[in-house]
Design a protein around this ligand. Structure first.
Ligand code: BGC
Length: 882
């Protein structure tokens, strides 16, 4: 029986608050044993009611195999309305029934009549107190539907009748607020009741007005926190009512005495106002609010990936350190907060200070937090048991020192929550090497730790910024692990908005540095236009296009991509480009002692990326059918490659820069003349050998190291590098007990000392970029650029590394792709599952003989064997060259 298992509207299931129906897609469920299933027709209907009595759109039966990226060109939807959408399909093996979903539209024309309101005044500008905002309302009639459109200057929690509406945290999220400010949409039907209702919000400073950046700037976006709420009610009698924040609301300071992103929170529970958001509240001292002027034209509906507490971790151990500190160990470095219980007298204090690692003596190590206090102070109410976690602050930690706690400290009183943007987990990877499995775990937790609304560098110190380089380097890996589409698309909008007029992308987005780096020895040299950082604007839309087959993101960022290429061209001399501050091969180990800058010269890294980005832009232009641009920039690309080869290669066809990263970039970016490839590969192997098989690469070279080897006939060497476990290597960290990825190879050195505390994060995802190699190469789930989004899948596992087995899966937009191989001597059993309505090219790399082809007709080619298949499950047995 054919069925549709899920329908996605703009890549979301049952989205609430969309500004436009951009595209529909669905996953087809068939019998796994049914091979070659292809969709033949589809029909989509949209209605105002769940019974589909009032149909407003009917595509009719369309003959098409497309089950994703389907636009509904003539569909017109009204603002703040729920719609129902259903799909049925016909396939070569039968037809499905209707499958339906729903979506709710946002305030489509930004019809915001509500005001931002606050109890803060100009004198509160340096304050990081939290405040309550509230109003009671009467509802006389029966509600058909009720939606709240809410946001804040600062951070907020929204309450109705004492209940927090949704699990959302850190709303409205961090964006380039003055250009792009998100609002949330909540279905209030189950929260509101006939009669009296209380509405409320708790507000905090957050990214908007709290201190941010190493310079500790306050009030970056504004001086007063404020809440905005517009509730749109439709009654069953057809009448409508709006409830709006305005000067009739009231507020008061609450129990949050202090709350900031870096420093933590101080919460005095004695200041709580009992039942503050209930109609039963008898507190009399509410203050009037005032209206805060803010530009409402920049408000945009949030499109998913909302921040929530996602994973709960119990406290694992209570440690007494040699210094006598009482420390809770959660055995996982994470980003979020600690929730605790306490029974105490009024005024008793719980104080926790969060941190990531113990020092060589086993004491709490705070130095790498720099100025971030990461401290939670809770002053007890002193009634029954109290339960608390911070409202508007998050910490990056594995441990917490219990500075004070009234009563016995026991494990069950403390629970950690990993808080991050909600993204479906898509990838699973496992192999016979436990250290690699731990590395995969660490990569995933590095992602969980740095996807709190913006892609950050680290979650613990006084930084936590959207470094564009880190995001770019990691994005392909992230795409295998989780559904990143809405998360990245939102952030890329800020990348575009914060770019310079000339098209240069800032080092951090949202850009809080440009214009504010006076006295900073490094950033005074420039705050935008750094190679591999700014290239986020080309690499990331392209990567999303590959992963999802989505042309909307390419079209949306097309001009920004182009502007960035033009910026480089405008500042290049004879196609060799370099500009102001460059981070180069950041924190590579071939740097001079104590320096951050790797040995590969900037001219080289810059020009290599100039070529790479131009090439991605050409491919993007081709994908969008913008042929004139494609031709023009293809010419430019050739010129850059020629200039690169002339400048960085000698007569004998070897590079005149002998660093690992120089060889890696040249190979992976395709910048080597074919006849010189073997030279560069040999030089790379030699450079590896000189380091006893260790990498000494930084941010720029590391992500592509294994690819540069495995794409050039050196799979064995790629595995060897991956499996190295002494210093420096990926697995060295694992052997040291890492549970996330470190910023530095030598964050914690073999002698127990550490890299300087001025920049030593233990939760930095950049080096986790090797994760994509595990999926693409070890497991062999690869994208076909000609049919992206896994419409045609390349299955090409590279057997090696003395692994007995690898198994992986990836939930693509068409369904779950599974690969798994077992190796015994030189015999391999490969199991593959290809989703309905897709095809795959199965490559038996290094295959020399097929024992059981499971009905696939394979042909021999230079890599081994190639067979093309349709959907279904296959088990192939073959022999490989050892
Ligand atoms: C960040 C990095 C970032 C770098 C650029 C650091 O402080 O943590 O990850 O990319 O600066 O210089």
């Amino acid at each position: 029986m054919i069925s549709i298992s899920k329908i996605m509207v703009n890549y979301q299931e049952e989205p609430v608050g969309i500004e436009k129906v951009e595209q529909i897609g669905w996953v087809i469920n068939g019998n796994e044993n049914e091979r070659n299933m292809i969709q033949a027709t589809y029909q989509i209907q949209v209605a105002k009611d769940s019974a589909f009595g009032q149909i407003i759109y009917d595509s009719g039966e369309i003959t098409s195999s497309s089950s994703s990226h389907i636009s509904l060109p003539n569909l017109t939807v009204a603002s703040k309305t729920k719609y129902y959408l259903r799909v049925k399909i016909g396939t070569n093996v039968g037809a499905s029934d209707w499958q339906s979903t729903s979506f709710v539209t946002a305030l489509l024309n930004n019809e915001f009549t509500a005001e931002f309101i606050s109890i803060e005044t100009a004198k509160d500008k340096d304050d990081a107190r939290g405040s309550y905002i509230r109003k009671e309302i009467q509802i006389e009639k029966q509600i058909e539907s009720a939606y709240a459109f809410t946001t804040a200057l600062g951070l907020y929690h929204f309450y109705v009748n004492g209940d927090k509406v949704s699990e959302d945290e850190f709303a409205p999220g961090w964006t380039s607020y003055h250009h792009h400010h998100l609002y949330q949409i909540y279905d209030l039907k189950d929260y509101l009741k006939q009669g009296g209702n209380a509405l409320g919000a708790v507000l905090g400073a957050g990214w908007y007005k709290g201190t941010m950046g190493f310079k500790r700037r306050k009030n970056i976006y504004g001086e007063r926190t404020a809440f905005l709420c517009q509730i749109e009610i439709l009654y069953t009698d057809g009448t409508r009512e709006q409830i709006l924040t305005d000067a009739t609301w009231q507020g008061q300071w609450g129990p949050i005495d202090f709350s900031e992103i870096y420093d933590g929170e101080t919460y005095d529970a004695r200041k709580e106002i009992t039942n503050w958001c209930q109609t039963s509240c008898d507190y009399q001292e509410w203050q009037p609010v005032s209206i805060v002027a803010a530009d409402k034209s920049v408000l945009c509906a949030v499109s998913g990936a909302k921040v929530k507490p996602i994973t709960k971790l119990p406290a694992a151990e209570i440690i007494k350190t040699p210094k006598g500190e009482t420390v809770i160990d959660f055995r996982q470095n994470l980003t979020g907060w600690i929730q605790f219980r306490v029974c105490a007298k009024p005024g008793d204090i719980v104080e926790l200070k969060c941190f990531e690692v113990l020092d060589a003596d086993g004491n709490a190590y705070y130095d790498n937090l720099r100025s971030a206090k990461a401290t939670i102070k809770y002053i007890c109410r002193g009634t029954q048991e109290e339960l608390y976690h911070p409202y508007f602050s998050f910490q990056g930690f594995r441990y917490a020192t219990v500075v004070s706690y009234p009563g016995e400290i026991t494990l069950e009183k403390f629970t950690a929550y990993a808080v991050h943007s909600e993204m479906k987990e898509l990838g699973h990877f496992e192999c016979s090497n436990a250290d690699i499995n731990q590395l995969h775990h660490n990569i995933k937790w590095g992602m969980k730790g740095n996807f709190l609304d913006v892609p950050t560098d680290c979650p613990q110190r006084d930084e936590r910024l959207g470094w564009t380089g880190d995001a770019q380097i990691f994005c392909r890996t992230a795409g295998y692990l989780m559904d990143t589409y809405t998360f990245y698309r939102k952030w890329l909008r800020d990348v575009a908005l914060d770019s310079s007029a000339e098209g240069a992308v800032p080092h951090v987005v949202p850009d809080i540095l440009t214009g504010h780096v006076e006295g900073d020895w490094l950033l005074e040299q420039g705050t935008y236009g750094a190679t591999a950082w700014a290239d986020a604007i080309t690499v990331m839309p392209w990567t999303l296009y590959l992963t999802y087959g989505d042309k909307i993101i390419l079209a949306e960022r097309y001009d920004n991509m182009k502007n960035w290429i033009d910026f480089m061209s405008n500042h290049a001399v004879d196609c060799i480009w370099n500009y102001q501050l460059q981070f180069g091969d950041w924190v590579a180990l071939d740097a001079e002692e104590g320096s951050y800058f790797g040995a590969t010269p900037n001219d080289l890294t810059c020009t290599a990326y100039y070529a790479y980005s131009t090439q991605l832009f050409v491919k993007s232009a081709q994908a969008l059918g913008r042929n004139e641009d494609a031709d023009k920039y293809q010419k430019l690309y050739q010129e850059i490659v020629t200039a690169y080869q002339e400048k960085f290669f000698d007569q004998s066809g070897h590079m005149n820069v002998q660093t690992q990263t120089a060889q890696i970039l040249s190979l992976y970016f395709g910048l080597v003349k074919e006849e010189h490839c073997q030279n560069v590969v040999a030089d790379l192997l030699k450079l590896l050998e000189q380091e006893n098989g260790h990498l000494v690469t930084g941010f720029v070279g590391t992500p592509y190291f294994c690819h540069a080897l495995s794409q050039n006939g050196c799979t064995k060497e790629a595995y060897k590098l991956l499996l190295k476990d002494d210093f420096p290597s990926w697995l060295y960290q694992v052997k040291q007990g890492a549970t996330t990825i470190w910023e530095h190879w030598d964050g914690l050195k073999p002698d127990g000392t550490m890299w300087s505390p001025d920049m030593n994060s233990f939760n930095h995802y950049a080096y986790g970029a090797v994760g994509e190699w595990l999926y693409r190469v070890a497991a062999g789930i690869e994208i076909d650029e000609a049919q992206p989004g896994y419409k045609n899948i390349i299955i090409a596992p590279h057997i090696g590394g003395d692994l007995d087995y690898v198994k992986a899966s990836y939930e693509s937009i068409y369904g779950t792709i599974v690969t798994g191989w077992n190796k015994n001597e030189n015999q391999v059993e490969l199991s593959v599952c290809i989703p309905a309505n897709t095809t795959a090219a199965i490559k038996l790399i290094d295959g020399i003989h097929i024992i059981d082809s499971d009905g696939i007709s394979f042909t021999k080619d230079q890599d081994g064997f190639l067979g093309n298949v349709g959907s279904g499950t296959y088990v192939i047995t073959y022999q490989i060259q050892q």
